[in-house]
Write a protein that binds this ligand. Structure first.
Ligand code: C2E
Ligand code: MG
Ligand code: MG
Ligand code: MG
Length: 295
């Protein structure tokens, strides 16, 4: 496009683009010190068993409190961490935090408690250890099978190379479960569902958002759920914000749900106090977890 702009053809970058690039560079710099500076934190969002209302699972979600800029969304900084490859170090930190937390909650509340962590394709593609350090960590700390679920996106499986395939097999052999995140939004080729041993599909929130009894989204959710079940895969609906959405998904046989209707992502102490201390998701509904103020 720049070619066709006549006299301005050398101006590849508009001031706005330059400002954005500069901001990205500064965020990348600051991210380098974020771990050491204790600026990263994991929040946890409950994954609710729709049949019983019980909470034995949570997703760990990264939060960055920048000393000057305040809260920065993972949607902004995770792509930058990927570009700069810092995602490997950050991802290992996320994993270790989640592993420590799951040990505590298993001991105090539910033996079968599970925490899922997001693992970016970049982590799979550039880490080059012979064996996954995550598996070694779980063994060393005597964490049971199924303590950690790894959430990956469809794109990883579509162009899975040998290294990715080997890692996924390692995970399976170690009892680490695998979830496909944002299911239905990628370039869906369903062939990977028979090639890899997937444990969970997470229906993307875009399908849940406008779901009503007669809607196309309802048809898609129904189809995903019955396909998954026939393949022995459990289904988690993301982005459940209303009771009506919860009820429709439960009636369709969806196994688990996650979303603001139950709780926003909250800090570990809040999670313990409001969701684990004898409370079911139903009891905890009036709890307006205000700790997460989104920009
Ligand atoms: P994700 O893994 O799909 O996480 C779900 C996102 O949906 C979270 O956004 C969560 O706060 C949001 N969410 C949950 N319930 C609702 C709801 O009812 N309505 C709506 N509108 N949104 C809801 P968050 O925490 O901002 O994270 C965004 C993305 O950043 C994540 O999407 C994930 O791709 C990435 N991310 C977060 N933490 C990590 C991490 O530790 N490692 C990596 N690699 N990526 C991460
Ligand atoms: Mg996720
Ligand atoms: Mg998702
Ligand atoms: Mg499995």
């Amino acid at each position: 496009a720049a070619k066709n702009e006549g006299r301005n053809r050398f101006h590849y970058f508009t001031p706005a683009m330059q400002a954005a690039a500069e901001l990205r560079r500064r965020i990348a710099n600051d991210l380098r010190t974020a771990i050491a500076g204790n600026q990263l934190q994991l929040y946890y969002q409950p994954i609710v068993d729709l049949a019983s209302g019980s909470i034995h699972k949570a997703e760990a979600l990264l939060r960055w409190r920048h000393p000057e800029k305040g809260f920065i969304s993972p949607e902004v900084f995770v792509p930058i961490a990927e570009e700069t490859r810092m995602i490997v170090e950050i991802g290992d930190w996320v994993f270790r935090q989640a592993a420590k937390q799951v040990a505590v909650w298993q001991a105090a509340y539910h033996r079968d408690f599970q925490i899922s962590v997001n693992k970016s394709p970049v982590q799979f593609l550039i880490e080059n250890r012979a064996k996954s350090s995550w598996i070694e960590y779980l063994r060393e700390h005597q964490l049971g099978e199924h303590s950690i679920v790894v959430e990956i996106t469809e794109s990883l499986l579509l162009d899975a190379n040998d290294r990715v395939t080997k890692r996924l097999l390692e995970f399976r052999d170690a009892g680490i479960e695998v979830a496909i995140d944002d299911f239905g939004t990628g370039y869906s080729s369903l062939s990977y569902l028979k090639k890899f041993d997937i444990d969970y599909l997470k229906i993307d929130k875009s399908f849940v958002h406008n779901i009503t009894p007669q809607s196309n989204d309802m048809v898609l959710c129904d189809a995903i759920i019955s396909m998954a079940h026939r393949l022995g895969i459990k289904v988690i609906a993301e982005g459940v914000e209303t009771e009506a959405q919860r009820d429709l998904l439960a009636a369709a046989g969806c196994d688990y749900a996650q979303g603001y209707y139950f709780s926003r992502p909250i800090s570990a102490p809040e999670f313990e106090a409001s969701l684990l201390d004898g409370a079911s998701a139903e009891d905890s509904r009036p709890f307006q977890n205000g700790s997460e103020k989104r920009p």
